[in-house]
Design a protein around this ligand. Structure first.
Ligand SMILES: [Zn+2]
Length: 248
């Protein structure tokens, strides 16, 4: 019953706040994975994007003025990974903070010797455990310019991964999937990539994937949605696991 009521409420929101046609066309033009979907999936995505914009708070920072077109575009990228999983996979956090360009988080880390280090790395995106997602709009606009890259999908993959704690490349899996197979496939691909790197070979993924198993999952997810054929050709077992997980 609860499910039904929510469904009915969602339908009302989707109807009342439907995304204007020109904004939706702009989003599809700039989000290749959404553009590739069939008409029925695109219609479902449009409803999901409407609900995402209703439930999440997209907050411009550092003087950025965010247009409606960019809000819809951000939400469209963000909803591609959960088209089959559903919006509940993004429960437990609310804010998407958007900087105009790559941002430098103010963060101090104390190392084993007790020395404080201040981080100076500029980031295109960041996802906090139970906290906000932070994105650079310039990097969102560069999506697709480097094949396989999509900063929004990268950070959202971390969010899915964090459903069961720190981002470690092991999100909660739908019941239809075997966790042992997932671990085996990702561990074996991880070792293979490290071996390729050691031998100086070209990697099929952005080398950033080798930072940690959590980054591997996020980078592989970007490739799954942006350049699926290339991922399928180079890491077929990883592709199969992601196809089962995302189910689109
Ligand atoms: Zn990451």
């Amino acid at each position: 019953m609860l499910e039904k009521i929510r469904h009915w409420r969602d339908q009302r929101i989707a109807a009342r706040r439907a995304i204007a046609e020109p904004l939706w066309r702009y989003a599809l033009q700039h989000c290749a994975p959404a553009q590739r979907l069939g008409p029925a999936d695109q219609a479902r995505l449009r409803v999901l994007v409407t609900l995402f914009l209703e439930r999440k708070s997209i907050e411009p920072a550092a003087g950025l003025v965010l247009s409606d077109a960019d809000r819809v575009l951000l939400a469209t990228h963000a909803c591609v990974p959960i088209l089959a999983l559903g919006l509940d996979w993004y429960a437990g956090w609310r804010s998407v903070i958007v900087y105009p360009e790559a941002f430098v988080p103010r963060r101090t880390q104390v190392d084993a010797a007790g020395v404080e280090h201040v981080s100076h790395h500029a980031l295109a995106g960041e996802a906090w455990l139970r906290g906000p997602v932070i994105l650079s709009l310039a990097d969102v606009h560069q999506t697709g310019q480097v094949p396989g890259h999509n900063v929004v999908i990268h950070e959202m993959a971390h969010k899915l991964d964090m459903r069961n704690g720190e981002a470690n490349g092991f999100p909660p899996l739908p019941r239809r999937m075997d966790p042992h197979v997932w671990s085996q496939v990702f561990a074996s691909a991880w070792h293979g990539l490290h071996e390729d790197q050691r031998l100086g070979l070209d990697l099929p993924l952005d080398p950033y994937a080798l930072e940690s198993p959590g980054e591997f999952f996020a980078v592989a997810s970007e490739a799954y949605f942006e350049t699926p054929q290339a991922l399928h050709a180079t890491l077929p077992a990883v592709y199969q696991q992601l196809a089962q997980f995302y189910a689109i």
